[in-house]
Design a protein around this ligand. Structure first.
Ligand code: 15L
Length: 266
């Protein structure tokens, strides 16, 4: 299987490059900039996702794509529009035209960030983006559904929580995913014979999770990371953060309170 990883120079891309090395016989890496630590045996093709011709080049002759590329936090509309809306469309369209069979799309918890923390949500809730970035991830999920249902691509959207070696604060105790657990979910998306169009939450085995991730478990996901093992450290870090009633109420945290000017929630 020849795999393309977009966003290969980003934080998640850098981790995945190393963890997926040797798992698949050929991996093509792409990003707008060259990863500084590229090894001699790694294949890299630079591309700007907003330029269809460049996206066509990187999607040629691959069987499957892990799409991490784009802007990974909130940003001005022009940035989100070019990188995550136009870029994501170009990726799916070029992949379809090139005969790519599978795509794993890195969606985000911010597609549903305005659900309150007290509510356990599954993958069938309507989206509640908390930012322009979250809107772009909801758009990506919609595109994924279109190409799966209309054109038969096998697509997995992972609503990634926070990928890190350990959870950083109280919110992250609920949404943390270890890099190894993320690899497990990606491999399900790339290999499982029954994947058609799936949404998974990108979370480890977190006691305080507010997501029902039974769809991922149905496909054999068995996370090994447990955020509770890091509770003391995460809560020490939390105690240093200023109180923020909006961020503290909603799942998306600071992405919700950023630019927020509706009534303060009770
Ligand atoms: C995301 O989607 C971002 O890509 C990442 O940088 C973190 O901000 C993460 O969400 C989070 O919610 O912690």
């Amino acid at each position: 299987m020849h795999i393309l990883i977009t966003g290969a120079a980003g934080d998640i891309g850098t981790r995945l490059r190393k963890l997926l090395k040797g798992v698949y016989p050929r991996i093509r890496l792409s990003d707008i900039r060259r990863p500084p630590d590229l090894a001699a045996d790694e294949e890299f093709v630079a591309a700007d996702l907003a330029d269809y011709a460049q996206v066509k080049d990187i999607t040629a002759q691959v069987d499957a794509i892990v799409h991490l590329g784009g802007h990974s936090v909130e940003g001005p509309w022009e940035t989100i529009h070019q990188s995550n809306i136009v870029g994501c469309y170009n990726l799916f369209e070029a992949a379809y035209r090139a005969g790519v069979k599978r795509i794993v799309f890195a969606s985000s918890n911010h597609a549903v960030g305005f659900y309150p923390r007290g509510k356990k949500i599954g993958v069938d809730v309507t989206v509640r983006p908390d930012s322009r970035y979250g809107v772009s991830k909801a758009f990506g999920e919609a595109l994924a559904a279109l190409y799966a249902h209309k054109h038969g691509l096998r697509v997995t959207c992972i609503r990634v929580g926070n990928v890190n070696d350990k959870p950083l604060d109280q919110r992250r105790l609920a949404i943390w995913i270890s890099p190894d657990d993320l690899v497990q979910l990606i491999r399900i998306g790339l290999e499982h014979p029954d994947v058609h169009f799936e949404i998974f939450y990108g979370a480890s085995d977190n006691e305080t999770s507010w997501w029902d991730n039974s769809n991922a478990y149905r496909f054999g996901y068995r996370p090994q990371g447990r955020s509770e093992n890091f509770r003391a450290e995460a809560m020490t870090a939390q105690a240093k953060l200023p109180s923020d009633p909006v961020a503290d109420r909603f799942q998306g945290g600071p992405f919700c309170s950023d630019e927020y000017d509706a009534d303060t929630p009770a």
